[in-house]
Design a protein around this ligand. Structure first.
Ligand SMILES: CC(C)(COP(=O)(O)OP(=O)(O)OC[C@H]1O[C@@H](n2cnc3c(N)ncnc32)[C@H](O)[C@@H]1OP(=O)(O)O)[C@@H](O)C(=O)NCCC(=O)NCCS
Ligand SMILES: [Zn+2]
Length: 190
């Protein structure tokens, strides 16, 4: 774990949260995630149950960004919907499968390398990954696309309206759709 990266200035660090997440950590993360992806997009309960590995970027004692990563060792741990997507690919699936869930940097901290550093740290321990990119319905570009490509994600498959059922069920408002989410996802892997 790199503690500090001098190119990002002093007072900057990446740290991992204890796994499984404590209730407090899960709540904090759910709240932060909601501020970017829609309130209720990810619930604290879900985070505690699914137990992702979480990295935080800390700047001057404040959370500036995070990643969540999941590890599924076979079909049984893989959510059925995700498994079906993988089965529909031409690409081989490597087990255990590592899946990057969220990558996020809070607006005031972007474009100084924090996202890149978080991603590198998260990916470092394993070769094979899959992730779903948010292809926003409002046409705003997803800055993670370039980052993902620069870090070896190459496959791409479009999944139409991937979050629609979730957003209806949990009633979260997608910031791009201003209501129920109709955004597509791009499944990428490396
Ligand atoms: C995607 C995201 C995590 C990137 O975080 P970030 O900290 O801004 O990422 P970086 O700073 O490492 O890189 C972003 C850009 O800044 C540039 N950059 C890096 N350091 C820089 C610096 N010191 N000065 C200026 N630009 C810099 C990078 O070259 C990159 O440029 P590019 O987009 O032209 O390729 C962030 O934009 C985000 O949280 N977005 C909203 C959430 C989201 O959509 N997440 C993806 C869901 S699939
Ligand atoms: Zn949407």
């Amino acid at each position: 774990m790199s503690d500090q990266d001098s190119s990002l200035g002093p007072g900057w660090a990446i740290r991992s949260l204890p796994q499984p997440l404590t209730r407090g950590d899960a709540r904090t993360l759910a709240h932060l995630s909601g501020s970017l992806f829609g309130d209720g997009y990810l619930t604290a309960r879900q985070l505690q149950m699914e137990a992702p590995a979480v990295l935080l970027a800390i700047v001057d004692g404040n959370i500036a960004g995070w990643t969540t990563a999941y590890r599924w060792t076979g079909q049984n741990e893989t959510p059925p919907r995700y498994y079906a997507m993988l089965q529909a690919l031409d690409a081989p699936v490597h087990w255990p499968l590592h899946v990057l869930g969220e990558i996020a940097v809070l607006p005031g901290y972007r474009r100084r390398g924090i996202g890149t550093a978080l991603l590198r740290e998260a990916l470092a321990r394993h070769r094979h990954w899959a992730t779903l990119l948010w292809d926003r319905s409002d046409g705003a570009p997803n800055p993670f696309l370039r980052l993902a490509e620069a870090n070896g994600f190459s496959g791409q498959k479009r999944i139409p309206r991937y979050w629609e059922a979730d957003s209806l069920q949990r009633k979260y408002v997608c910031p791009a759709c201003q209501g129920t989410c109709h955004c597509d996802a791009l499944l990428m892997w490396r």
